[in-house]
Write a protein that binds this ligand. Structure first.
Ligand code: GLY
Length: 293
């Protein structure tokens, strides 16, 4: 098995940001591949790739993530490994630098799969993660996006690039997927999207493959989008067809707008979207890095 990492920087309509976001994706997939090159696991590669994107203020996750209507951060993330179907997630988390690392801690702890709100915050603190001040993660750009959304009100929901995610297969054929986001710009406090939900934002199963989704969570949740894509892989549908068929049905069945990345057990990657842009990058040992939007 040739190890591979694929990442997305969120499906959306702001094409002028997409080339720069694709550059962030390149750095993220390369960082994930470094983990695999050093003998690390698919799970470790997914976590590292997502941390790089969370730390970049351009993308809607971690630092610079979308603010809710009160101007606060409520962060969502999940991660899953496909060998034992281990999974962890956090929802409506307060400002912590890397929500995906806390989701990983939920997985490793094993007691539960998903913590939300104050419970997620206290779990994170118990695990040794340090909360940070909102002002350390809120950026000029994220404030401007909120003000623009509040001013323009009825703008299209996919105007902004949304969510980051990664999938990987390691040299042992183990799969993993993860997703992280600040949700939608100006969302109501307490609103939780697809990204922390196993089966909607994230799914991995070594018997089929792994998938991370992006787009408007209300549609993705109803379609169980990540699980649906992996189910096609299980049937032997090639990765490229599985990704495009899943997005096509997403549109026709629930009017969904968004995208996904997936990888099957053979390390074949599928990428599909029905928005103007979805920055992505794919790093595979022995191959040139591929990126685009
Ligand atoms: N896909 C991210 C969200 O809707 O929250």
């Amino acid at each position: 098995m040739t190890p591979v990492v694929a990442v997305h920087g969120g499906a959306g309509g702001r094409i002028f940001d997409a080339p720069e976001a694709a550059g962030v994706c390149e750095r993220a997939s390369a960082a994930g591949l470094n983990i695999l090159r050093g003998g690390g696991s698919a799970l470790g590669a997914v976590q590292r790739a997502i941390e790089v994107m969370e730390d970049d203020p351009l993308l809607n996750a971690g630092t610079g993530a979308a603010l809710n209507e009160d101007g606060r951060l409520e962060l969502d993330a999940s991660i899953m490994e496909g060998s034992d179907l281990g999974a962890g997630g956090v929802a409506a988390l307060s400002p912590f630098r890397n929500p995906i690392a806390i989701a990983r801690a939920v997985l490793e702890d094993g007691a539960h799969v998903l913590y939300a709100g104050a419970g997620a915050d206290s779990f994170a603190r118990e695990m040794g993660f340090e909360p940070v001040r909102l002002t350390e993660m809120r950026t000029r750009r994220s404030i401007q996006r909120l003000l623009a959304r509040q001013r323009d009100g009825a703008s299209e929901p996919d105007d902004d690039l949304d969510t980051v995610g990664a999938v990987a297969v390691d040299r042992f054929g183990r799969t993993a997927a993860g997703t992280s986001t600040g949700g939608t710009v100006g969302q109501r406090p307490g609103r939780i999207g697809d990204s922390p939900l196993i089966g909607s934002g994230t799914y991995a199963d070594d018997e089929a493959g792994a998938c991370s989704t992006t787009g408007l969570g209300e549609a993705i949740i109803r379609e169980c989008l990540a699980f649906r894509a992996v189910a096609l892989l299980r049937l032997g549908v090639p990765a490229t067809e599985a990704s495009s068929a899943t997005i096509s049905r997403f549109k026709s069945r629930v009017g969904g707008r968004g995208g996904l990345i997936l990888v099957n057990g053979a390390g074949e990657v599928g990428i599909a979207k029905n928005t103007d842009a979805m920055p992505y990058a794919v790093s595979q040992l022995g191959h040139e890095l591929i990126s685009g939007f």
